[in-house]
Ligand binder design. Sequence first.
Ligand SMILES: [Zn+2]
Length: 266
Amino acid sequence: MAFSLTWLPDVLVNAGLKVAKSPGWETRGHGDMGNILGVLCHHTATPGKNSGNMPTLNTLITGRPDLPGPLSQLGLGRDGTYYIVAAGKCYHAGAGLWRGVTSGNSNFIGIEAENTGGRDDSPWPPVQMDAYHRGVAAILSHIGKSADFCAGHKEYALPAGRKSDPDFDMNVFRAAVTDILNGAAPAPVLIPVVAPATPTQPARATLRRGLPNDPALVKIVQTKLGLTADGDFGPGTEAAVRAFQSQHGAVPDGIIGPKTWLMIDP
Ligand SMILES: [Zn+2]
């Protein structure tokens, strides 16, 4: 049976964010959550700034030798994509205290953002930090809490100093989240759902993994990328789209919007 956080993907998509679901996420967890009271922010500290968009994803799902997965409900890739890992309880918080909450694993949703935590990976990519703010705001809005109920792991963890993540100023972070909650932040840049017609091509729908995409359009993309044209926008197709975008100097978000359509099939 699915655990209770099945609302997470919709809440993030409705905030204009990119979402990728890890197969099996609905039933993944160390039992179910208790009351959801807030969000705990982390960074992965996985070495290798250029090791990929979310190289820690498999560890978040399966765990480490000393700690079984899942390790957080959400992973946040360098391109601002939220990876949905689990709808149940995850081992991310440990002992701590924030706003009277001492059982972080039961009461806080954990977000592990991909960042080495080192000087080599600072400042964070703006698209990732913007998604961090917007995702936390969307979750807090859904549960009816203010930005006070988003804490950094370093603020929550006890004894004090046990954790140093995330490596940014949480007061600045909460101020940005508050602006979004108050409607004072600029609207997110959304990718149009239809790429307009060009002199050589008709209007074409934006394609992304997880949408009910038109298989005929997906086959065009797959053929252009040298893939098997099965019409299914799966993880392999998404990875090939990201690689194509990187090679052509575009944001590697894995989404075939107006700009990527022009590059891939002008
Ligand atoms: Zn942490």
